[in-house]
Write a protein that binds this ligand. Structure first.
Ligand SMILES: Nc1ncnc2c1ncn2[C@@H]1O[C@H](COP(=O)(O)OP(=O)(O)OP(=O)(O)O)[C@@H](O)[C@H]1O
Ligand SMILES: [Mg+2]
Length: 297
Protein backbone atom coordinates (compact mmCIF):
# COMPACT_ATOMS: atom_id res chain seq x y z
CA UNK A 1 0.00 0.00 0.00
CA UNK A 2 1.38 3.41 -0.90
CA UNK A 3 0.24 5.79 1.83
CA UNK A 4 -1.90 5.46 4.92
CA UNK A 5 -4.91 7.66 5.70
CA UNK A 6 -4.28 10.47 8.19
CA UNK A 7 -4.26 9.09 11.72
CA UNK A 8 -3.61 5.49 10.70
CA UNK A 9 -0.23 4.28 11.93
CA UNK A 10 -0.33 0.81 10.42
CA UNK A 11 -2.42 -1.72 8.53
CA UNK A 12 -1.63 -5.44 8.82
CA UNK A 13 -3.07 -8.63 7.39
CA UNK A 14 -3.60 -11.24 10.10
CA UNK A 15 -3.01 -13.95 11.09
CA UNK A 16 0.68 -13.54 10.43
CA UNK A 17 3.45 -15.50 12.15
CA UNK A 18 5.39 -12.47 13.24
CA UNK A 19 2.37 -11.23 15.22
CA UNK A 20 2.57 -14.30 17.46
CA UNK A 21 4.08 -13.57 20.85
CA UNK A 22 2.19 -10.74 22.53
CA UNK A 23 -0.81 -12.86 23.44
CA UNK A 24 1.33 -15.38 25.34
CA UNK A 25 3.67 -12.73 26.76
CA UNK A 26 1.06 -11.30 29.12
CA UNK A 27 0.44 -13.50 32.13
CA UNK A 28 -3.06 -12.95 33.45
CA UNK A 29 -5.94 -14.99 34.76
CA UNK A 30 -6.84 -17.26 31.82
CA UNK A 31 -10.47 -16.19 32.18
CA UNK A 32 -9.45 -12.66 31.13
CA UNK A 33 -8.05 -13.92 27.84
CA UNK A 34 -11.03 -16.19 27.33
CA UNK A 35 -13.45 -13.27 27.73
CA UNK A 36 -11.40 -11.05 25.43
CA UNK A 37 -11.18 -13.69 22.73
CA UNK A 38 -14.82 -14.71 23.02
CA UNK A 39 -16.02 -11.12 22.78
CA UNK A 40 -13.78 -10.45 19.78
CA UNK A 41 -14.87 -13.59 17.96
CA UNK A 42 -18.56 -12.90 18.59
CA UNK A 43 -18.32 -9.35 17.24
CA UNK A 44 -16.12 -10.18 14.27
CA UNK A 45 -17.94 -13.32 13.23
CA UNK A 46 -21.55 -12.49 14.04
CA UNK A 47 -21.67 -8.72 14.44
CA UNK A 48 -23.27 -8.28 11.04
CA UNK A 49 -25.97 -10.86 11.71
CA UNK A 50 -26.75 -9.37 15.12
CA UNK A 51 -26.85 -5.80 13.77
CA UNK A 52 -30.17 -4.10 14.36
CA UNK A 53 -31.27 -6.54 17.05
CA UNK A 54 -31.67 -5.50 20.65
CA UNK A 55 -28.60 -7.54 21.59
CA UNK A 56 -26.38 -6.15 18.85
CA UNK A 57 -22.85 -5.71 20.19
CA UNK A 58 -21.32 -2.26 19.94
CA UNK A 59 -18.04 -3.77 18.88
CA UNK A 60 -16.04 -2.06 21.61
CA UNK A 61 -13.53 -3.58 24.00
CA UNK A 62 -11.84 -1.33 26.56
CA UNK A 63 -8.60 -2.17 28.34
CA UNK A 64 -8.02 0.18 31.24
CA UNK A 65 -5.36 0.13 33.92
CA UNK A 66 -2.08 1.50 35.23
CA UNK A 67 1.03 1.85 33.03
CA UNK A 68 2.99 -1.29 32.27
CA UNK A 69 0.20 -3.73 33.02
CA UNK A 70 -0.02 -5.24 29.54
CA UNK A 71 -2.86 -3.29 27.91
CA UNK A 72 -1.13 -2.60 24.60
CA UNK A 73 0.38 -6.06 24.46
CA UNK A 74 -2.97 -7.72 25.17
CA UNK A 75 -4.75 -5.58 22.57
CA UNK A 76 -2.22 -6.48 19.88
CA UNK A 77 -2.20 -10.10 20.93
CA UNK A 78 -5.97 -10.21 20.85
CA UNK A 79 -6.08 -9.13 17.21
CA UNK A 80 -3.80 -12.01 16.24
CA UNK A 81 -5.54 -14.55 18.50
CA UNK A 82 -8.93 -13.61 17.06
CA UNK A 83 -7.51 -13.70 13.52
CA UNK A 84 -6.21 -17.21 14.15
CA UNK A 85 -9.55 -18.34 15.54
CA UNK A 86 -11.39 -16.85 12.55
CA UNK A 87 -8.89 -17.85 9.86
CA UNK A 88 -11.16 -20.60 8.45
CA UNK A 89 -13.70 -17.86 7.68
CA UNK A 90 -11.27 -15.43 6.09
CA UNK A 91 -8.47 -13.05 6.95
CA UNK A 92 -8.44 -10.12 9.38
CA UNK A 93 -7.22 -6.58 8.91
CA UNK A 94 -5.59 -4.92 11.92
CA UNK A 95 -5.71 -1.14 11.71
CA UNK A 96 -3.61 0.79 14.22
CA UNK A 97 -4.85 4.31 14.85
CA UNK A 98 -2.28 6.88 15.96
CA UNK A 99 -4.06 9.03 18.55
CA UNK A 100 -1.20 11.54 18.50
CA UNK A 101 -2.10 12.50 14.94
CA UNK A 102 -4.95 14.73 16.12
CA UNK A 103 -3.57 17.58 18.20
CA UNK A 104 -6.27 19.34 20.15
CA UNK A 105 -4.80 22.81 19.57
CA UNK A 106 -6.62 22.59 16.26
CA UNK A 107 -9.84 21.59 17.87
CA UNK A 108 -12.29 21.97 14.99
CA UNK A 109 -9.84 20.59 12.53
CA UNK A 110 -8.89 17.58 14.58
CA UNK A 111 -12.54 16.76 15.22
CA UNK A 112 -13.13 16.81 11.49
CA UNK A 113 -10.09 14.59 11.00
CA UNK A 114 -11.33 12.08 13.58
CA UNK A 115 -14.74 12.16 11.99
CA UNK A 116 -13.29 11.52 8.53
CA UNK A 117 -11.21 8.67 9.91
CA UNK A 118 -14.27 6.91 11.33
CA UNK A 119 -16.76 7.77 8.60
CA UNK A 120 -14.58 7.32 5.52
CA UNK A 121 -11.16 5.81 6.02
CA UNK A 122 -11.95 3.05 8.50
CA UNK A 123 -15.10 1.86 6.67
CA UNK A 124 -13.04 1.71 3.48
CA UNK A 125 -10.29 -0.30 5.18
CA UNK A 126 -12.93 -2.53 6.78
CA UNK A 127 -14.31 -3.43 3.37
CA UNK A 128 -11.06 -5.16 2.37
CA UNK A 129 -11.24 -8.37 4.37
CA UNK A 130 -13.98 -10.33 6.16
CA UNK A 131 -12.82 -9.21 9.63
CA UNK A 132 -11.42 -5.92 10.89
CA UNK A 133 -9.91 -4.97 14.24
CA UNK A 134 -9.20 -1.29 14.89
CA UNK A 135 -6.77 -0.59 17.72
CA UNK A 136 -6.75 2.83 19.37
CA UNK A 137 -3.91 2.66 21.85
CA UNK A 138 -3.85 5.33 24.57
CA UNK A 139 -7.13 6.85 23.52
CA UNK A 140 -6.64 9.72 25.98
CA UNK A 141 -3.84 11.06 23.78
CA UNK A 142 -6.39 11.81 21.10
CA UNK A 143 -7.30 15.20 22.48
CA UNK A 144 -4.60 15.97 24.98
CA UNK A 145 -3.26 19.46 24.78
CA UNK A 146 0.47 19.10 24.38
CA UNK A 147 1.88 22.09 26.26
CA UNK A 148 5.62 22.15 26.37
CA UNK A 149 5.55 22.83 30.10
CA UNK A 150 3.36 19.96 31.16
CA UNK A 151 2.44 16.52 29.98
CA UNK A 152 -0.36 16.17 32.50
CA UNK A 153 -3.52 14.81 31.06
CA UNK A 154 -6.63 16.67 32.00
CA UNK A 155 -9.66 14.41 32.62
CA UNK A 156 -11.75 16.87 30.57
CA UNK A 157 -9.49 16.19 27.60
CA UNK A 158 -9.88 12.48 28.19
CA UNK A 159 -13.64 12.83 28.00
CA UNK A 160 -13.39 14.87 24.83
CA UNK A 161 -11.18 12.23 23.28
CA UNK A 162 -13.48 9.43 24.24
CA UNK A 163 -16.52 11.36 22.99
CA UNK A 164 -14.90 11.77 19.60
CA UNK A 165 -14.13 8.08 19.45
CA UNK A 166 -17.57 7.03 20.66
CA UNK A 167 -19.47 9.07 18.09
CA UNK A 168 -17.02 7.79 15.47
CA UNK A 169 -17.68 4.28 16.67
CA UNK A 170 -21.42 4.73 16.14
CA UNK A 171 -20.81 5.91 12.60
CA UNK A 172 -18.47 3.03 11.89
CA UNK A 173 -20.86 0.49 13.37
CA UNK A 174 -23.70 1.78 11.21
CA UNK A 175 -21.60 1.34 8.07
CA UNK A 176 -19.63 -1.75 8.98
CA UNK A 177 -21.24 -3.80 11.72
CA UNK A 178 -18.86 -6.51 12.86
CA UNK A 179 -15.86 -4.19 13.03
CA UNK A 180 -14.13 -4.50 16.39
CA UNK A 181 -12.66 -1.47 18.09
CA UNK A 182 -10.14 -2.16 20.85
CA UNK A 183 -9.22 0.82 22.97
CA UNK A 184 -6.64 1.16 25.76
CA UNK A 185 -6.39 3.87 28.39
CA UNK A 186 -4.51 4.68 31.56
CA UNK A 187 -7.47 6.65 32.81
CA UNK A 188 -9.60 4.08 34.50
CA UNK A 189 -11.77 6.80 36.08
CA UNK A 190 -12.82 8.18 32.72
CA UNK A 191 -13.90 4.76 31.62
CA UNK A 192 -16.99 4.40 33.73
CA UNK A 193 -18.90 7.33 32.36
CA UNK A 194 -17.64 7.47 28.82
CA UNK A 195 -17.37 3.87 27.87
CA UNK A 196 -19.13 1.52 30.21
CA UNK A 197 -22.56 1.84 28.71
CA UNK A 198 -21.37 0.95 25.22
CA UNK A 199 -18.42 -1.33 25.76
CA UNK A 200 -19.16 -4.98 25.17
CA UNK A 201 -16.32 -5.73 27.55
CA UNK A 202 -14.20 -3.65 29.93
CA UNK A 203 -11.06 -5.30 31.23
CA UNK A 204 -9.23 -3.60 34.04
CA UNK A 205 -5.61 -4.65 34.00
CA UNK A 206 -3.88 -4.67 37.35
CA UNK A 207 -0.45 -4.91 38.85
CA UNK A 208 0.66 -8.54 38.88
CA UNK A 209 -0.30 -10.51 41.97
CA UNK A 210 2.27 -12.17 44.23
CA UNK A 211 1.68 -15.43 42.31
CA UNK A 212 2.12 -13.85 38.88
CA UNK A 213 5.25 -11.77 39.57
CA UNK A 214 7.62 -14.79 39.75
CA UNK A 215 6.01 -16.16 36.59
CA UNK A 216 6.90 -12.97 34.72
CA UNK A 217 10.46 -13.22 36.05
CA UNK A 218 10.58 -16.82 34.81
CA UNK A 219 9.14 -15.91 31.41
CA UNK A 220 11.66 -13.10 30.97
CA UNK A 221 14.49 -15.51 31.82
CA UNK A 222 13.14 -18.09 29.38
CA UNK A 223 13.28 -15.45 26.68
CA UNK A 224 16.95 -14.85 27.49
CA UNK A 225 17.60 -18.59 27.66
CA UNK A 226 16.23 -18.91 24.13
CA UNK A 227 19.21 -16.79 23.05
CA UNK A 228 21.78 -18.04 25.57
CA UNK A 229 21.07 -21.66 26.40
CA UNK A 230 23.51 -21.54 29.35
CA UNK A 231 20.77 -19.59 31.14
CA UNK A 232 18.30 -22.48 31.00
CA UNK A 233 19.02 -23.63 34.58
CA UNK A 234 18.34 -20.08 35.84
CA UNK A 235 15.14 -19.95 33.77
CA UNK A 236 14.01 -23.18 35.45
CA UNK A 237 15.05 -22.30 39.00
CA UNK A 238 11.72 -21.65 40.70
CA UNK A 239 13.35 -20.75 44.02
CA UNK A 240 15.22 -17.88 42.34
CA UNK A 241 12.06 -16.70 40.57
CA UNK A 242 10.24 -16.61 43.88
CA UNK A 243 13.02 -14.82 45.70
CA UNK A 244 13.27 -12.18 42.97
CA UNK A 245 9.48 -12.06 42.74
CA UNK A 246 9.13 -11.28 46.44
CA UNK A 247 11.46 -8.31 46.04
CA UNK A 248 9.41 -7.10 43.08
CA UNK A 249 6.05 -7.35 44.80
CA UNK A 250 3.84 -4.44 43.72
CA UNK A 251 5.93 -3.64 40.64
CA UNK A 252 4.26 -3.51 37.21
CA UNK A 253 4.90 -6.09 34.48
CA UNK A 254 7.05 -3.81 32.37
CA UNK A 255 9.37 -3.01 35.33
CA UNK A 256 9.64 -6.70 36.16
CA UNK A 257 10.79 -7.53 32.63
CA UNK A 258 13.10 -4.53 32.59
CA UNK A 259 14.62 -5.58 35.90
CA UNK A 260 15.54 -8.99 34.50
CA UNK A 261 17.09 -7.40 31.43
CA UNK A 262 18.72 -4.74 33.60
CA UNK A 263 20.45 -7.47 35.59
CA UNK A 264 22.58 -8.09 32.50
CA UNK A 265 23.92 -4.56 32.64
CA UNK A 266 25.05 -4.42 36.27
CA UNK A 267 28.46 -5.74 35.27
CA UNK A 268 30.50 -5.35 32.13
CA UNK A 269 31.16 -9.10 32.08
CA UNK A 270 27.46 -10.02 31.80
CA UNK A 271 26.85 -7.26 29.31
CA UNK A 272 29.60 -8.71 27.13
CA UNK A 273 28.44 -12.28 27.69
CA UNK A 274 24.85 -12.62 29.04
CA UNK A 275 25.45 -16.35 29.57
CA UNK A 276 27.31 -15.31 32.75
CA UNK A 277 24.17 -13.95 34.44
CA UNK A 278 23.78 -15.24 38.01
CA UNK A 279 21.01 -15.41 40.58
CA UNK A 280 22.95 -12.82 42.58
CA UNK A 281 22.78 -10.39 39.64
CA UNK A 282 19.03 -10.87 39.50
CA UNK A 283 18.61 -10.28 43.22
CA UNK A 284 20.75 -7.16 43.10
CA UNK A 285 18.75 -5.75 40.17
CA UNK A 286 15.48 -6.54 41.95
CA UNK A 287 16.68 -4.83 45.14
CA UNK A 288 17.50 -1.77 43.10
CA UNK A 289 14.05 -1.74 41.49
CA UNK A 290 12.38 -2.23 44.86
CA UNK A 291 14.36 0.66 46.40
CA UNK A 292 13.42 2.88 43.47
CA UNK A 293 9.75 1.92 43.87
CA UNK A 294 9.89 2.92 47.53
CA UNK A 295 11.49 6.24 46.69
CA UNK A 296 8.74 7.01 44.23
CA UNK A 297 5.90 5.97 46.52
N1 LIG B 1 0.85 -9.35 33.38
C1 LIG B 1 1.96 -9.33 32.62
N2 LIG B 1 2.60 -10.48 32.34
C2 LIG B 1 3.72 -10.49 31.57
N3 LIG B 1 4.28 -9.40 31.03
C3 LIG B 1 3.69 -8.23 31.27
C4 LIG B 1 2.50 -8.13 32.07
N4 LIG B 1 2.13 -6.82 32.12
C5 LIG B 1 3.03 -6.16 31.38
N5 LIG B 1 3.96 -6.98 30.87
C6 LIG B 1 5.07 -6.65 29.97
O1 LIG B 1 5.40 -5.29 30.16
C7 LIG B 1 5.69 -4.66 28.92
C8 LIG B 1 4.81 -3.45 28.74
O2 LIG B 1 3.45 -3.84 28.54
P1 LIG B 1 2.40 -2.92 27.78
O3 LIG B 1 3.11 -1.97 26.91
O4 LIG B 1 1.41 -3.83 27.14
O5 LIG B 1 1.74 -2.16 29.00
P2 LIG B 1 0.64 -1.01 28.97
O6 LIG B 1 -0.36 -1.39 30.00
O7 LIG B 1 0.16 -0.80 27.58
O8 LIG B 1 1.47 0.23 29.47
P3 LIG B 1 1.24 1.80 29.17
O9 LIG B 1 0.00 2.19 29.91
O10 LIG B 1 2.46 2.44 29.73
O11 LIG B 1 1.11 1.95 27.69
C9 LIG B 1 5.48 -5.71 27.85
O12 LIG B 1 6.74 -6.25 27.51
C10 LIG B 1 4.64 -6.76 28.51
O13 LIG B 1 4.91 -8.03 28.00
MG1 LIG C 1 0.28 0.86 26.30
Amino acid sequence: MSSLPHGVAGVHALPSDHHDGPWDAVIVDPRVKERLLATAVLVLRHGRRLAGSAVAPHGLIVLAGPPGTGKTTLAQGLAQAAARALAPHGATTLVEVDPHAFPSELLGESQRAVSRLFREDLPELAARRPHTVVLVDEVEALAVRRQSASFDTNPVDVHRATDAVLSGLDALRAQRPGTLLVVTTNFADAVDEAFLSRADLVIRTELPSAEVTPLIVADSLRELAAQWSELTPLAENVAVHEKVGRLLDGVDGRRIRKTVHGALALRLATAADPALLTAEDLVEAAEETAAEAVRRA
